[in-house]
Design a protein around this ligand. Structure first.
Ligand code: NOJ
Length: 550
């Protein structure tokens, strides 16, 4: 029997708003993704993950869903979605869609009905509506905080015009949390899954997979701000202190609760009832010892590995994170996942120092991420070596920026539309001169021409060339990447080396000095043109790495 495809997949994350804009209205669309499927296929990845494209007021760039079984007109139509899935399949690409089960948009009919129906109604039971504290109920029901800043509760005005109950929103106030104690909510989530599975989706990325269950007693938590800080990816430097902070998430009042897995068991049964290895990957930033719960044989298939994403530029720490991940997931028998960035984090070039140094490090880290057992997730633009854009404040769109009154810049810098070609904005993101032409939803930096797809396509030594080479090798030499084949040769401090199958290794120099690789052999691919090979001796300048065949 062949292994399910997802056990060792390269998955490319498409953030549709910023991928490619075929109707030239300044925002990416599904027809843009269809148009560029040849580009994705040429990257030699196995699958795409599409961030949300459902009907939404776009207060959180589509993670505020008003109708989970429809397509927002800004992205296209249901027929476009169907065509995208079919065409991707035709090109040998699987398709994961993003489901957002924790909350809806406040524009969803359910929430509007709940507002109109008033306290005690069945409509309110689908969300978390509670009376406030204090003599007039004018204080929030408890001290839970929103991940985007401020209280997690907003008070409504009742149909009779009086100030009334409060509803829970772990994110923006336009994203009310659903109540999974209500059977309608369960059934609706399953219906959404069925809808996309029937359309041919190969699986799901599960948004906020750690948040669906809440303590029905709604208790105050100790240090509410500390709990929220535990999930701030921009603050996680991979340190033991950051890990300790994150342990607070484990089975807490509204995160990572044990009973979540009952929900995922239902989902797993549904996924298993479809042919063709359908799967789901959890967005759950939990401590390593909690990860296995999400990927037990009867729950979901994969969980994102945020520890690896947060790992600093430090050979020993990177190795520790990898070892811990492998140990923890072995318990569940689940394949690990690796990613260097996504649409919520700073881009990896920026995180590892920015500029040329950050770019060199990012390319070296990519060699590590792509040689490990399990699946790799690549965020669009990472293969181009893009850094975060430095945006003028007036163009920011992230609710984090607004809810923290500018104290946190938010995630827009990592979401700027991709540069395809041309020497100036919009860099081929759309073709200028169209009927609906508008400005880009986020402005790109003036110096992105050198990073465009066209500028790198013919250059095998470019970041794009490196990504294509890595993904191709994962296909042509699957034996090199075997699940069980990981060993750790002795190295000097600051030098990372891992041996994989069939005499294949990855070596990265994290130090500030040139080093001779502890492993000799032929260089299959390198992160930098400065890597040298004399006979079989590999020399690595600072911040570089190589895949070596011995
Ligand atoms: C995680 C998503 O990746 C992020 O973009 C979004 O803001 C929150 N979940 C809320 O849906």
């Amino acid at each position: 029997m062949t292994e399910p495809w997802w056990k060792r997949a390269s998955v490319y994350q498409v953030y549709p708003r910023s991928f490619r804009d075929l109707n030239a209205d300044g925002t990416g669309d599904l027809r843009g993704v269809i148009h560029e499927l040849p580009y994705i296929a040429a990257l030699a990845v196995d699958a795409i993950w599409l961030s949300p494209f459902y009907t939404s007021p776009q207060n959180d760039s589509g993670y505020d869903v008003a109708d989970p079984r429809s397509v927002d007109p800004v992205y296209g139509t249901l027929d476009d979605a169907r065509e995208l899935i079919d065409q991707a399949h035709f090109r040998g690409l699987r398709v994961l869609v993003d489901v957002v089960p924790n909350h809806t948009s406040s524009h969803r009919d359910w929430f509007q009905e709940a507002l109109a129906a008033g306290p005690g109604s069945a409509a309110r039971e689908k969300y978390h509506f509670l009376d406030g504290r204090g003599p007039d109920g004018d204080e929030p029901p408890n001290n839970w905080m929103s991940m985007f800043g401020g209280s997690a509760w907003t008070r409504v005005t009742e149909p009779d015009g009086r100030p009334g109950q409060w509803y829970l929103h772990l994110f923006d106030s336009t994203q009310p949390d659903l109540n999974y104690a209500n059977p309608h909510v369960h059934l609706d989530a399953l219906e959404t899954l069925r809808f996309w599975l029937d359309m041919g989706a190969d699986g799901f990325r599960v948004d906020v997979a750690l948040g669906l269950a809440k303590d029905p007693a709604y208790p105050d938590v100790d240090d509410p701000e500390g709990l929220i800080l535990a999930l701030r990816m921009d603050l996680d430097d991979g340190s033991p202190q950051a890990m300790e902070r994150r342990r607070r998430v484990s089975n807490s009042a509204f995160l990572d609760r044990d009973e979540l897995q009952d929900i995922y068991r239902e989902w797993r049964q549904l996924l298993d009832s479809y042919p063709g290895d359908r799967m789901a990957v959890a967005e759950a930033w939990v401590p390593p010892e909690r990860a296995a719960r999400y990927v037990a044989p009867d729950t979901l298939h994969q969980i994102f590995n945020f520890d690896f994403m947060a790992a600093p530029w430090d050979a020993e720490r990177v190795r520790d994170v990898i070892q811990t991940t492998l140990e923890q997931l072995e318990i569940a028998g689940a394949p690990p996942t690796w990613a260097l960035s996504n649409h919520d984090t700073p881009r990896v070039v920026t995180r590892l120092g920015g500029g040329d140094c950050g770019r060199r490090r990012a390319r070296a880290m990519a060699l590590i991420a792509h040689c490990l057992p399990g699946s790799i997730y690549v965020y669009q633009g990472e293969e181009l070596g893009l850094a975060d854009a430095d945006l003028p404040d007036e163009s920011r769109r992230d609710p984090v920026w607004f809810r923290t009154l500018g104290a946190q810049k938010g995630r827009d810098g990592a979401r700027v539309p991709l540069p395809w070609h041309d020497h100036e904005p919009p860099y081929g993101f759309f073709d200028p001169g169209g009927e609906h032409e508008a400005s880009l939803w986020l402005p790109p930096p003036p110096d992105w021409a050198a990073f465009s797809v066209a500028a790198q396509s013919l250059d095998a030594a470019s970041t794009l060339g490196q990504y294509r080479a890595m993904h191709r090798l994962r296909h042509t030499h699957p034996g090199l990447f075997d699940l069980d084949n990981v060993s750790w040769p002795e190295t000097e401090p600051g030098v990372f080396a891992v041996r994989r199958g069939c005499g294949f290794s990855c070596v990265v120099n994290f130090t500030d000095d040139e080093v001779v690789s502890p492993i000799q052999g032929y260089v299959i691919t390198a992160s930098d043109a400065g890597v040298r090979l004399e006979r079989t001796v590999v020399t690595l300048p600072p911040d570089t790495g190589a895949w070596i065949q011995s």
